[in-house]
Design a binder for this molecule. Structure first.
Ligand code: G3P
Ligand code: CA
Length: 308
């Protein structure tokens, strides 16, 4: 699909070259690839194995997902780990806030058995005793053979996560090799990343839901854009000033919050549109028909069946 280059990418001096006939560098190739549909494995193949575990990442990687999606948080001793929730209870046998624990303490936890208990039909003894992964363990395992879609999760609870993340991406040479995207709901966090390394492609996450104070209208959680029914070209372009794409929810309470027109308007203003988190094959097909640029899914196998 042909799209206009994002203003953000143009300001990064990246997309201009990427949109030309041939990419010259791996980073330009990554941006060029973003013009095609991307399969984003949400916390790995987390419909099949414990989320953010090596098993879930390995499945997604083996099936050929374009990106391994992970939420990045910081331990009390400054290590970066892949974990979605701010608290430990739902997906481990620990309790309390993840940021209150050192890496050594977190490594004692079992982050796999909960999955077996909740999904008896998918239970696998090998999942028992899974450990929280550090970002470095993920990089050491997959290296340059994967692309990573990393979220700065709850930046207010993880002060310094941006510096720590960029330092590790640089140390593992993940940026110039076109291996990483950074996503966040927190615009400030993305701008911080951009200041630290202007080459990293960024995705602004948004979450649309009904506006309690304005019946019949939708609102965006952090206020980064107006609701989809009021959004203008200028609003999209304000995001395209620093990001290559928008990551948006599709549904709220099983009702769509975005339309095909929203997708096209974002694209016409230079933004790739990646939609989360879509697990139903019919919904996947509808969004593919709309021409979205990528889907986050817990079932990359289902999505790959539709796209390959
Ligand atoms: O990162 C896209 C999507 O994963 C955002 O929601 O809560 O699953 O991180 P969440
Ligand atoms: Ca996420």
């Amino acid at each position: 699909m042909q799209r206009l280059p994002s203003l953000g990418a143009l300001s990064l001096g990246l997309f201009a070259a990427a949109s030309s006939v041939q990419a010259q560098t791996p980073l330009e190739q990554q941006l060029k690839d973003l013009e095609s549909f991307q399969v984003i494995a949400h916390r790995g193949a987390s419909g099949h194995a414990p989320e953010s575990s090596m098993a879930a990442l390995e499945l997604a990687h083996a099936w050929g997902a374009d990106y391994l999606e992970l939420d990045i948080q910081m331990t009390s001793d400054g290590e970066l780990v892949a974990f979605h929730d701010d608290t430990l209870e739902r997906t481990s046998n620990g309790e309390g806030h993840i940021n209150d624990y050192s890496l050594a303490e977190l490594k004692e936890l079992d982050t796999g058995s909960w999955f077996n208990e909740e999904n008896p039909a998918l239970a696998n003894e090998a999942f028992e005793g899974a450990h929280i992964l550090t970002l470095e363990e993920v990089f050491n395992h997959f290296g340059q053979d994967a692309r990573y879609y990393l979220e700065t999760k709850s930046p207010a609870l993880n002060p310094g996560v941006e510096e720590g993340l960029v330092r590790r991406l640089e140390a593992y040479d993940m940026i110039e090799t076109g291996r990483v995207l950074i996503q966040s709901f927190d615009q400030e966090s993305l701008l911080k990343i951009h200041d630290l390394n202007a080459d990293i492609p960024l995705i602004q996450l948004v979450w649309y839901s009904p506006d309690d104070e304005n019946e019949g209208h939708l609102t965006e959680w952090t206020g980064v854009t107006p609701g989809p029914d009021e959004i203008t070209d200028a609003d999209f372009q304000a995001v395209a000033d620093y990001a290559v794409g928008l990551g948006t929810n599709y549904l709220f309470d099983d009702e769509p919050v975005i339309t095909e027109a929203f997708v096209h308007q974002a694209q016409e203003n230079g933004l790739a549109v990646h939609v989360y988190t879509v697990n139903d094959a019919n919904e996947m097909q509808r969004l593919l028909d709309w021409g979205v640029d990528g889907l986050f899914t817990n079932y990359p196998d289902r999505l790959l069946e539709l796209t390959e």
